[in-house]
Design a protein around this ligand. Structure first.
Ligand code: 3HC
Length: 667
């Protein structure tokens, strides 16, 4: 099968793209398009051209896997130029998603028609890029500066209905009759002649650019691409001649493409998709049917977990031990949905619909008909074993029994049942209805179809699911402790919580180790004996400093939870430190990086050596979607490669950290 097949219908030459799965603009597609246009222009019998795609979608963009590789085939910009300057009208027929280079291809076509379900957008910013095929210059000429700025800066696609409103498409086709409708439309366009986008004026107000920057200052902190996209929009507004604007776009594009941020974001694009693949598992494995889910525990975690399923229309039975806790948990779920409804995310009917499929219960017996049961009770092995032992006697055969444990041994939990093959870890991250990561913990005896079903249900509820092996803290929390331990040690050597946290937030993390501890609660896992002080944390808890929840922890908090450094906490740290015989010294920011981030990379290598993660990119996915590692740094393993194994190993040796063999071998 050719990537682009020409065919004739009367005066119209039809170019049909076929490059599964998403009709990306691989070199052979560019060649096919260029060749097809040449044929159309050379044939006097052809009066117009129709560009349409086979398969699930219109062209979904440039072929990202070609980026950074030696150029092959026709140059994309030359092909676009030829289409736009064609002497015969060219029509694009759009279904599925016209994204990035796909929309840019549609923009050099003279007319566009789309099915109602089509989506059109320029998501390049999400890859750390900008639409480098003229999108930043042509969009403002078609939809106006305001809409173009929003589209390039956020990268969200718009619906066909909106595209029609904005003039991005000229007509809507029937949902199932695109080929025929587009052909008829192309025939109409013959009389109208070519309409090159480049000849159209830029309309709209440039003030939108500053508005977007102000509105998104926090969200875009550290990112280069949104600003580069907006500079191109400014260039479109400032240059009446499109070629001048295109020059600016090219310069900005080349800068982004050769920088580390886009490399990191492109790495993550593939990493996220790769994470869904389970090595050694048959692709066509039959999945178990999940029609009803049980959740044990109606606290913050259980409630958040339940919402994921309710939002997708999957009924949930939620079980608590005491009526009061059950009522409170169900009340919080309702309130969360109502808050979302107030922001326009749901209608009142939808909220009632979701609450209507939630069944609160005080008895585990009510989980008998559930296909998947997720336990989200107190993090104690004894408690979990007790729950799983009971579930074993209650749940129907074939039900998947999942634990939301964040550290504990899933094999030991599984051993408390007579069906360890049905037991799996489903480690959600708080808030569970928001955070995208789901660590799926594969026990020694977890059946293949249980693992595959759990990964699939994770995807269904909008999570990025990553397979982890059984070890203390799995992938994410195991690495987290390699950050926390040296961070505490640095306090003993003279650094302050604020200094360490600042290094982390400037690195791009949403919060540093001590801000995170305060948020989680310092008293979690505390032995509750104020006279027993073995760690700084014990000392803070003994002084009644439990974190954000009571307004004081490593920091002091005001009623809006704004943190300020705490004289009392610093005095407690100092007192504890002075007893440790460690000399106080100045700690540099570089040392904080080396002591708190390099050990995480090292731990990642150990996790891989032990086979607890399938691949390095899975570890990156865990840290980006579970802990807010900045995506423009590509996750700890990708970042570790950028830093260089040699530099990391030297520093770890200097700081007395045992280096993973595979990391040392790479240095
Ligand atoms: N290039 C190469 N491969 C791509 C691709 C692309 N643009 N888009 C998707 N793929 C691959 C995926 O890696 C995946 O491969 P796999 O099966 O081996 O894992 C496969 O196609 C299917 O992708 P999804 O799993 O994402 O399929 P969905 O149906 O869920 O989503 C989609 C389809 C909405 C098109 C989604 O794939 C997507 O958003 N793709 C990226 C779109 C994009 O960013 N386009 C801009 C590219 S950059 C560009 O055009 C630069 C230009 O301005 C110069």
């Amino acid at each position: 099968m050719q990537s682009v097949t020409p065919s004739r219908d009367g005066e119209i030459l039809i170019l049909t793209v076929n490059n599964p799965p998403v009709n990306a603009l691989s070199w052979h597609v560019r060649d096919g398009l260029g060749d097809g246009l040449d044929v159309a222009l050379a044939d006097d019998g052809v009066k117009g051209v129709l560009l349409i795609c086979d398969g699930q979608t219109f062209i979904a963009g440039a072929d990202i896997s070609e980026f950074g590789k030696p150029a092959q085939g026709r140059n994309f910009l030359d092909v676009l130029d030829a289409f736009e300057k064609a002497s015969k009208p060219v029509v694009a027929a759009i279904h599925g998603t016209a994204l990035g280079g796909g929309l840019e291809t549609a923009l050099v076509c003279h007319y566009r028609i789309a099915v109602p379900s089509a989506k059109l957008g320029v998501p390049e910013v999400k890859l750390g890029l900008l639409p480098g095929g003229g999108g930043t210059q042509r969009l403002p000429r078609v939809v106006g500066i305001e809409q173009a700025a929003i589209m390039v800066a956020h990268g969200e696609p718009i619906s066909a209905a909106k595209a029609l409103d904005f003039g991005l498409i000229d007509a809507l086709a029937g949902e199932t009759t695109l080929a025929a409708d587009a052909l008829a439309f192309a025939k109409e366009c013959v009389a109208k002649g070519p309409r090159p986008t480049r000849d159209r004026p830029v309309t709209g107000e440039i003030a939108i650019v500053e508005k977007l920057k102000a509105e998104n200052a926090r969200k875009w902190k550290g990112f280069e691409a949104p600003y580069a996209n907006l500079r191109c929009i400014e260039a479109a507004a400032a240059n009446a001649n499109i070629d001048d604007g295109l020059k600016v776009e090219r310069e900005e594009f080349v800068k982004l493409m050769s920088g580390s941020q886009s490399a990191a974001q492109r790495h993550m694009f593939f990493a996220e998709r790769q994470a869904a693949k389970i090595d050694g598992l048959a692709k066509d494995i039959a999945l178990r049917d999940i029609k009803r889910v049980g959740v044990i525990g109606a606290g913050t975690m259980g409630g958040g977990i339940s919402m994921n399923f309710l939002s997708k229309g999957i009924p949930v039975t939620i079980v608590e031990m005491a009526q009061e806790n059950l009522d409170r948990g169900v009340g919080v779920i309702r309130k969360n949905y109502e808050n979302s409804a107030a922001k326009g995310r749901f209608t009142t009917e939808q909220v009632e619909g979701m609450m209507g499929i939630l069944t609160p219960s005080l008895s585990l017996d009510d989980l008998a008909d559930c296909d998947l049961v997720i336990e989200a009770v107190y993090e104690s092995m004894d408690v979990k074993k007790d729950v799983f032992g009971k579930l074993d006697g209650i749940c129907k055969a074939g039900a998947i029994l999942a634990s939301n444990t964040s550290y504990l041994d899933v094999d030991e939990i599984a051993a408390s049942t007579s069906r360890p093959q049905d037991v799996v870890g489903m480690h959600f991250f708080s808030p569970a209805n928001v955070m995208k990561l789901l660590e799926v913990v594969r026990g020694e005896k977890t059946a293949d179809d249980v693992l595959a079903t759990t990964m699939a249900i994770g995807k269904k509820i909008g999570k990025v699911a990553v397979v982890a092996g059984v070890c203390h803290g799995f992938i994410g929390n195991r690495m987290l402790s390699q950050r926390q331990i040296p961070a505490n040690q640095l306090l003993m050597e003279g650094a302050t919580p604020a200094q360490i946290d600042k290094v982390h937030t400037e690195f791009g993390m949403p919060m540093g180790p001590f801000q995170m501890s305060d948020l989680a609660g310092l008293d979690i896992g505390w032995h509750r004996d104020p006279t027993r002080i073995e760690t700084v944390r014990d000392a803070l808890c003994a002084a009644g400093r439990f974190g954000q929840k009571n307004g004081k922890g490593f920091y002091d908090y005001d009623e809006k939870r704004v943190a300020t450094p705490s004289a009392e906490a610093l005095a407690i740290i100092e007192e504890f430190r002075s007893k440790s015989n460690l000399a106080k010294r100045d700690i540099t920011d570089q040392e904080i990086i080396e002591r708190t981030l390099y050990p995480m990379v090292n731990e990642g290598y150990l996790i891989l050596e032990e086979g607890k993660a399938q691949r390095a990119s899975d570890i990156d996915v865990v840290w980006i979607y579970g802990y807010g590692w900045p995506i423009y740094r590509g996750g700890p393993m990708f970042w570790g490669d950028l830093e260089g194994a040699k530099k990391i190993v030297e520093a770890l040796d200097r700081h007395g950290v045992k280096v993973a063999d595979s990391l040392r071998a790479k240095a």
